[in-house]
Design a protein around this ligand. Structure first.
Ligand SMILES: *Cc1c(COP(=O)(O)O)cnc(C)c1O
Length: 391
């Protein structure tokens, strides 16, 4: 049987897959099992931060695998310790909890907010977290409940209680939700650029007002930077561009450059909230993944971040004028394109022509590796433009 036949028979059918089997990658190039070459503008959904098979990253991870792949959190290991220090020093946060995915990083963030509220006001007094409509926070039951899209809210109930949703960029809607749950809220949860929701960046004024409301009402400010973190938007974290100080930040996707890894960052108010035994993860902070993440973080210096902003600006300028483009959204190298033709058809056609692009809602979504060479980007965009134009 072929890989695709085996997959369809033996892997649960939860994904709508394109009929392509990738076997190899190098930087922003991919090859499938027929030897066909592709330019990658998806990075495995914002995961392959430095592209594929980055030699320094692969060497670092391989060396750690040979030294110590795993030992559990009953003991200390150096890669996790150094990574935690680097993340805190660069984000201004106080300490970190490591996990393996975005959903888990958010789950930890939610638990921490609830525990903080329980410590301060008593158990179950202020459990409500207000997030936004059109957000996406993960596939566990709690993160699904936090997700503000009705499509996700059936068949798997009952969901954990204590979540409400306000309209994005509508401060009155947020105020209304907080008023409706007056005396019951512990936190506001924001995804600064709603990725799965169509690559929609929240407005500066809305985010600042939301942060102000959080302060006035003694609510924690939680940011889901699972997709926007790790340089994706042109700063290490997107919150740096919004002039706010979050209490908790989650990240995952691009953090370890291709390995499963998540982190929840704690600010001053909550740095001591989760004590021994209150939370845990067998694989969390795994040395091999942490070594990969530390390597990625070292590469995410000012010059690479400047390059992200430049590549993003170049993309916008190029696409703005292109036929078949109705609008552009997003931040840095996280770009949504509203197209005249259906996005899914464009993505399939691009793939056939050797360019990997993603979709989000009704948009074409681009999440290239942060170090994608300009000539490759230009070559891929010319093909994308031809597809959007119906050629
Ligand atoms: C992808 C994503 C998640 C879920 O991450 P997983 O690693 O798939 O669990 C959560 N929040 C946001 C904003 C995401 O983009």
């Amino acid at each position: 049987m072929t890989t695709q036949e085996l997959t369809n028979q033996y892997i649960a059918n939860t994904y709508a897959r394109f009929p392509v089997t990738f076997t190899r990658g190098e930087g922003s190039r991919l090859w499938d099992d027929t030897g066909k070459e592709y330019i990658d503008l998806g990075s495995g959904i914002a995961v392959n931060t430095l592209g594929l098979a980055d030699s320094g990253w692969a060497e670092t991870v391989a060396a750690q695998l040979r030294a110590l792949a795993h030992s559990s959190n009953l003991y200390y290991t150096q890669p996790a310790a150094k990574l935690a220090q680097a993340l805190c020093e660069r984000s201004g946060m106080q300490n970190v909890f490591f996990s393996n995915s975005g959903a888990e990083a958010n789950e930890c963030m939610i638990k921490c907010a609830r525990k903080y509220a329980a410590d301060k006001w008593g158990e179950n007094v202020r459990p409500v977290i207000v997030s936004l409509e059109n957000s996406f926070h993960g596939r566990t039951l709690a993160t699904l409940a936090a997700t503000g899209q009705a499509d996700f809210h059936h068949d798997f109930g009952p969901f954990p209680a204590g979540f409400a949703h306000a309209r994005p960029n509508d401060i009155e809607s947020l105020r209304r939700q907080l008023d409706e749950h007056d005396g019951q809220c512990c936190a506001i949860l924001l995804e600064l650029v709603q990725g799965e929701g169509g690559v929609v960046a929240l407005e500066q004024a809305f985010v600042r007002e939301a942060a102000k409301l959080a302060k006035e009402r003694e609510l924690l400010l939680l940011l889901d930077e699972v997709q926007t973190g790790n340089g994706r938007t042109g700063t290490l974290f997107a919150f740096e561009q919004y002039d706010i100080r979050p209490d908790l930040v989650s990240t995952a996707k691009g953090l370890a450059g291709g390995l499963p890894f998540g982190a929840t960052l704690f600010g001053e108010a909550v740095s001591g909230t989760l004590g021994p035994g209150s939370h845990g993860s067998t694989f969390g902070g795994n040395p091999a993944c942490a070594a990969g993440a530390l390597y990625v973080l070292d590469q995410l210096n000012d010059s690479l971040l400047a390059r992200v902003r430049e590549s993003g600006a170049w993309l916008r300028a190029k696409l703005q004028a292109a036929p078949g483009v109705l609008g552009l959204t997003g931040l840095g190298l996280m770009l949504g394109i509203k197209t005249a033709r259906p996005a899914k058809e464009i993505a399939a056609q691009c793939l056939a022509k050797g360019v990997v692009v993603l979709t989000a809602k009704d948009k074409v979504r681009l999440l290239p590796a942060l170090n994608i060479p300009r000539d490759l980007l230009e070559e891929a965009i010319d093909i994308l433009i031809a597809c959007m134009d119906g050629q």
